[in-house]
Ligand binder design. Sequence first.
Ligand code: SF4
Length: 221
Amino acid sequence: MDVKPELNHTEIDIPAELRQQVTITTLERIYNWGRSNSLWPMMFGLACCAIEMICTAASRYDFSRFGMEVMRPSPRQADVMIVAGTVTKKMLPNIIRLYNQMSLPKYVIAMGTCASGGGPFKEGYNVVPGIDTYIPVDVYITGCPPTPQALLNGLIALQEKVKKEQLKESGWYTKEPGKDIPVPVLGPDIIDPRKKDLIYTETHRPEPTVVEENEAAGEDK
Ligand code: SF4
């Protein structure tokens, strides 16, 4: 067995001839080592950045080397959400719903300038200025789009973060691990599905006749 040096408890000396077979470590270290090497991303993408994410999973870059090859189509089986692409107001409620459905501990990577801060569409009427306004982000990756190497670097940064977590401070073992994030309703320029009946009534109202328009104008005076 090839023992990872990072797993060894450095204060305890292991005889040289046993170092490839034996390791002495702490519960916390082996727990974080196991988790950091099996971070399963959720399988979804939003825009062009998703193509780079797909490349990172394919044979040339192959993030299965880091234990991340099992991309899950269900949020309930995923550890990390890679927000890969432009976050529109239309998609935001779905992203938050998926985030809420992920079990703890869960992590978020904002991949690319769109997910990190709105990117080239920041002033657009239909784009939110970064996913971190709504859900907590652990790692930001710059670029438009970031290269597969940049995504790998971000995933490795997330692994380093996981390795530094402490069991006794882990939010997911407390009695109050956190509440779901409310799904926002954004601005007048998107449709609030809860008002669909009102929207239907308003948009299907017959055009007023000339007489009705004149009457309405008279009332205004
Ligand atoms: S950051 Fe660039 S490549 Fe990525 S989704 Fe936005 S526009 Fe596309």
